[in-house]
Design a protein around this ligand. Structure first.
Ligand code: GAL
Length: 416
């Protein structure tokens, strides 16, 4: 008996080792744009998790916030018949690839692990196509956040701005302090990220009509003109070198007391944490003035491509690892996002993370949770890029607000 037990154990061990080696040999090749300090630290949590399970990792980083460049590289890879195992992807892009028949099928593990019950419907909309699971959601970010340098805020009186006028007053005080009021990087997706928040601050119905319904009356009306006027005002608070600056370098300006605040999604928190800064002590996180109770979200998901048979086991193990509640907590604490499952405790999260989780649940219940236009969760890439173009030209003074609303209507119409 004893001998039998030992033999079984030895066999199991041998089998496990062999499987481990086979998996490591196949491993996973992962295309992503998580290249900033905070993003890389979060990705490391996933790499280590998989390494611990004997799954090798081939890294395919493509720098460029928001993933514009990554999506171009992906297209070239797939066209060459060489799709990566897993690709970080946002919203409508996932559905576009699914439509092309390029994605695999995660139904078996999703049903075994009960994903349907714990992953919010707002995310499932992008993780499923034609009723089948095609992607594993990693997190939920949102774009309507402000990241404020605490010392600068205290010097300015310490009050968080509750509305647009108070925000402008605060930015004027930052100017008087001799720092750059708004840390910003002039890249289309960053301009669009601010625009998400500015439009939302003019009413959650307005955001829905404009960006979800693409209603020409909302896109071309007085409120949209006001949104562009606000962009012009914010533009007056950025420094001379903002053009082309990466978002994480803008975060660094706030971290290093060179700027007052940054309007950015909660991936910015990853940079503050990486720099050992503490919420409430070194920086303050708040919703863009006028948008408390509303959330414009984006969820990073790993779209799983159709790959050779031998690669499928590691691909499925990666998806399983991503959806494990322990991983969801460990990863999102570092990334600045909320978990992609509703059953993960907020205990390990800092105050900003707890707020992100709470705001998300509340907005979901209140019906004020919308997909982010800037991060591909409101429209397919064609429409998103048409909006980017108008927003960036207007932000850079190439279009007046009056002309921008007209262009927005026609550009969206043409891209639909
Ligand atoms: C977003 C993505 C985030 C973060 C950000 C900046 O689109 O959802 O995870 O990476 O871009 O790179």
């Amino acid at each position: 008996m004893r001998k039998f037990l030992m033999t079984t154990a030895a066999m199991a061990l041998a089998l496990g080792v062999t499987q481990g080696v086979a998996r490591a040999a196949e491993g996973v090749e992962v295309l992503h744009w998580w290249t900033s300090g905070g993003e890389a630290a979060a990705l490391d949590v996933l790499k280590k998790d998989l390494e611990g399970k004997g799954i090798g990792w081939t890294d395919m980083p493509v720098a460029g916030g928001g993933g514009t460049e990554a999506m171009t590289v992906l297209r070239a890879r797939v066209t060459a018949g060489n799709a990566p195992t897993a690709v970080q992807m946002l919203g409508f892009d996932i559905l576009d690839w699914a439509k092309e028949g390029a994605l695999g099928n995660l139904d078996d593990i999703a049903s075994k692990e009960g994903w349907d019950k714990v992953i919010p419907t707002a995310l499932q909309q992008f993780s499923k196509y034609d009723g089948h699971w095609i992607a594993a959601p990693v997190n939920v970010h949102s774009t309507n956040w402000v990241w404020i340098n605490k010392a600068a805020l205290d010097k300015a009186g310490g009050k968080e701005p509750a509305n647009w006028d108070e925000l402008v007053a605060l930015l004027d005080k930052f100017k008087e302090q001799g720092i750059t009021p708004v840390a910003h990087g002039g890249q289309p997706w960053q301009d669009a990220t601010i625009f998400d928040a500015v439009v939302l601050s003019l009413g959650n119905d307005f955001y829905k009509q404009a960006f979800i319904d693409l209603d020409p009356a909302a896109l071309g009306g007085d409120k949209m003109k006001e949104a562009f006027d606000r962009m012009t005002k914010l533009r007056s608070y950025v420094d001379d070198n903002f053009s082309g600056r990466d978002w994480n370098l803008a975060s660094a300006m706030v971290i290093e007391n060179k700027a007052g605040l940054q309007f950015m999604g909660d991936w910015a928190k990853g940079e503050f944490i990486k720099a050992n800064k503490k919420p409430g002590t070194d920086f303050v996180c708040m919703r863009f003035p006028g948008t408390q109770g509303m959330v414009t979200f984006n969820s990073d998901q790993f779209a799983m491509f159709k790959v050779a048979e031998a690669k499928i086991p590691s691909q499925l193990e990666m998806a399983t690892a991503i959806e494990s509640p322990a991983f969801q907590s460990a990863f999102n604490v570092v990334k600045g996002s909320a978990p992609a499952r509703t059953d993960v405790s907020d205990e390990a999260f800092d105050d900003c993370g707890k707020k992100a989780i709470k705001d998300l649940a509340e907005a979901n219940t209140a019906g004020t949770l919308y997909g982010s236009m800037a991060h591909g969760h409101a429209n397919p890439a064609s429409v998103k890029n048409a909006i980017y173009d108008v927003v960036t030209r207007q932000f850079n003074g190439e279009l007046s607000s009056e002309d921008a609303v007209k262009e927005l209507v026609s550009a969206v119409e043409a891209a639909k």
